[in-house]
Design a binder for this molecule. Structure first.
Ligand code: DOR
Ligand code: ZN
Length: 345
């Protein structure tokens, strides 16, 4: 196949930051995606509607007028989120969801939730007002092995939330394990999951064999091959509970290539091409459109896009770095390597 045409996709999990970083990365996203769910883990976090509206405006100003792109906003759940915050979010056309970061789980999560049970009145309000809950599903206890954190979150926390709020729409973000796939498959239609390109393309050897490769370090961390295979099977199954969310998470190169590097892979520059490569490897290009363009919109109860994009089978080399500001660079996933699909136009 030399060319594939798809309904324009959306990215249901994206970090774009602010300032100079935002100005570069947002246009990488906007050239391919119609909409993106914008993660709120800024410093300070985006935790109320007024902050979301001002961040949305900053994003729109940074986006080239050549693209019709809509940033969909998310509020960061903190211990002080109130039922009133939920009502205001439900009434706001700009805000789609709340994001739960267990405190300490990842980048800028220190203001995240420390006591899940204390949030139950807020979850109840979300269930009542039909506001989805997006979850970074990892336990944070220091003694828990980093490779077990997602599996234990599902057993110790997520089942409990779902049992107490059976109608609450939940997205288990960036699933990385066979156990997460099974949980999502076994629960009703109001539980969905996003899957990133790096978790479809790589296992933990990519990060750790032959030297430590910080640009593969993200959270939840890459797992062993059997988990990657479970994710590929889920993404390419045609099950509408699994949809595209890149978790593209740009960090400056010098903050990743250091003795204590940040978590995050930068994939937005070529996200749909990276997914196309993963689906082609699995012989499932025919399943890409549902995953990338239909199921996320259906889950969020938003209209499907009507425009189309075309990918051509052309080899191209990923840049080694993108310049962000004087002396500041952003290294993409697969820097310097060849990609085999290219967005036309
Ligand atoms: O790798 C990650 N980077 N995982 C996250 O959950 C957050 C993200 C970021 O914001 O850098
Ligand atoms: Zn994320």
């Amino acid at each position: 196949m030399q060319q594939i045409t798809l309904t324009q996709p959306d990215d249901w999990h994206l970090h774009v930051r602010t300032g100079d970083m935002l100005k570069t990365v947002i246009n990488h996203t906007a050239k391919q995606f119609a909409r993106a769910i914008i993660m709120p883990n800024l410093q300070p976090p985006v935790s109320n509607v007024a902050q979301a509206l001002s961040y949305q405006q900053e994003i729109q100003q940074a986006t080239s007028s050549a693209y019709a792109f809509t940033p969909l906003m998310v509020l960061y759940l903190t211990n002080s989120t109130t039922i009133e915050d939920v009502k205001q979010a439900a009434e706001s056309a700009a805000v789609q969801a709340f994001k739960l970061y267990p405190a300490g789980a990842t980048t800028n999560s220190d203001q995240g939730v420390t006591d899940l049970q204390a949030m139950f009145p807020v979850f109840e309000a979300m269930e009542k007002h039909h506001v989805p809950l997006l979850i970074h599903g990892e336990v944070t206890d220091a003694e828990i092995d980093i490779f077990d954190r997602e599996r234990l979150f599902i057993d110790q926390k997520l089942r409990f939330i779902h049992q107490n709020f059976p109608a609450l729409r939940i997205v288990l973000e960036h699933v990385t394990t066979r156990e997460a796939v099974q949980f999502v498959q076994e629960t009703p239609a109001n539980i969905g999951a996003t899957i990133t390109p790096q978790h479809l393309l790589y296992n933990r050897n990519a990060m750790l064999v032959g030297g430590i490769k910080p640009h593969y370090y993200c959270l939840p961390i890459l797992k062993r091959e059997s988990h990657r295979l479970a994710l590929v099977a889920a993404a390419t199954s045609g099950n509408p509970k699994f949809f595209l969310g890149t978790d593209s998470a740009p960090h400056l190169k010098h903050l990743k290539e250091t003795s204590c590097g940040c978590a995050g892979c930068y994939s937005a520059y070529g996200a749909i091409e990276l997914y196309a490569q993963a689906f082609e490897q699995a012989n499932a290009l025919d399943k890409l459109e549902g995953f990338a363009s239909f199921y996320g919109a259906d889950f969020y109860q938003l209209p499907r896009n009507t425009k189309q994009i075309t990918l051509e089978k052309i080899d191209w080399q990923v840049p080694n770095d993108y310049a962000i500001a004087e002396g500041m660079q952003l290294t993409p996933l697969k820097a310097g390597e060849m990609l085999h699909w290219k967005l036309k136009g």
